[in-house]
Design a binder for this molecule. Structure first.
Ligand code: FES
Ligand code: FE2
Length: 331
């Protein structure tokens, strides 16, 4: 079975939204290719609207993403068939007087735009896009980092983001001190209709943020969807550094990480400084997550060992299991 067919059999994975491109990479009249769950998409923009279709011309199967937009329609690069935004072929240039048959249609998926990203779904999502509370708050500066390409399991990639006890080791002298690793105090996990959350988890960070100063940081997490997670990091005096992470699944061992940060302090920092720290942290995570085995996240809690500080990751695995996630996980 193809990767695409396997993913289409898991409704939890199929019927969700995933980030597939940066909004700024698709200008008006632009065309580009994107990938999602073993499928290749053509994204194009006309009249400000973004469309996401299967990247395939019905005539001879060429890639529409090699085509272009003309007068609000997409033109196939091979024989120039024109498709309007509903996906219907409107013109076959070799037969300009022939009305294209009703079967001459592309396969349209759903598309949205939010948080500086283009989102697509291969199914019929029952959920709205995951929330990002600081997005509309002008007191927070936003910086889009990534995308980072992880040859790793999408769920293990999210679980790594939810795990605070790796900080002193994977992010030594940045998010923790390997010679003085923090004992993790007990914290609460809340499971609800809108996902899983934690109470505040305190950790000491020698180089807590882009200012390069030590901080006592309080992390509060929310994981609203299986492949989207968020934390708000409180470093005192009202300073908050929030990170919205969303992972695009490509295959059970392949994914793309998108990261939007929202910060309400450090106006003097340049965007390059903010990005360089994110690039460094995610390169450190990638090295570990790409090598975890088995690569499929085990949802049977008898697999692997869990301790008290893993409480949130254990809740994540249980929640995935309760939601019925099968693709990309081992039962
Ligand atoms: S393959 Fe697209 S027009 Fe022929
Ligand atoms: Fe990490």
């Amino acid at each position: 079975m193809s990767e695409f067919a396997a993913a289409m059999e898991d409704p939890v994975i199929r019927d969700d939204w995933y980030a597939v491109a940066r909004s700024s990479d698709l200008a008006e009249g632009g065309v580009m290719e994107a990938r999602l769950l073993g499928e290749t998409l053509v994204l194009w923009r006309t009249g400000g609207e973004v469309l996401a279709w299967k990247d395939l011309c019905i005539h001879r199967g060429s890639k529409l993403s090699l085509g272009w937009v003309k007068d609000g329609q997409i033109v196939c690069p091979y024989h120039g068939w024109h498709y309007d935004r509903t996906g219907a072929c409107t013109l076959m240039p070799a037969h300009p007087d022939v009305r294209p048959p009703a079967k001459a249609r592309t396969f349209a998926y759903r598309a949205r735009e939010a948080y500086g990203m283009i989102w697509a779904s291969l199914g019929e999502p029952e959920h709205e896009l995951p929330p990002f509370p600081e997005w509309d708050d002008d007191g927070f500066r936003k910086v889009l980092a990534g995308p980072y390409f992880f040859h790793a399991n999408p769920f293990r990639t999210v679980e790594n983001f939810l795990d605070v006890s790796h900080f002193p080791y994977v992010h030594a002298n940045l998010n923790g001190d390997p010679d003085r690793p923090d004992p993790i105090e007990d914290f609460d996990v809340f499971v609800g209709e809108d996902g899983i959350r934690t109470s505040e988890i305190m950790v000491f960070q020698p180089y807590g943020d882009h200012r390069g100063i030590p901080v006592n940081a309080g992390y509060t997490f929310h994981c609203p969807r299986p492949l989207t997670a968020y934390f708000s990091k409180n470093t005192g005096e009202g300073n908050r550094f929030c990170t919205f992470l969303t992972v695009t699944p490509l295959a059970p061992d392949d994914c793309i990480v998108w990261l939007q940060v929202a910060i309400n302090f450090g106006e003097e920092l340049t965007e390059a400084q903010i990005l360089s720290r994110q690039d460094r942290v995610f390169a450190q995570d990638k090295r570990i997550v790409e090598t975890q085995r088995p690569y499929e996240i085990p949802l049977d809690l008898r697999e692997e060992l869990h301790v008290r500080s893993d409480k949130y990751c254990v809740a994540y695995r249980k929640w995935l299991k309760d939601l019925g996630v099968a693709w990309g996980a081992s039962a």
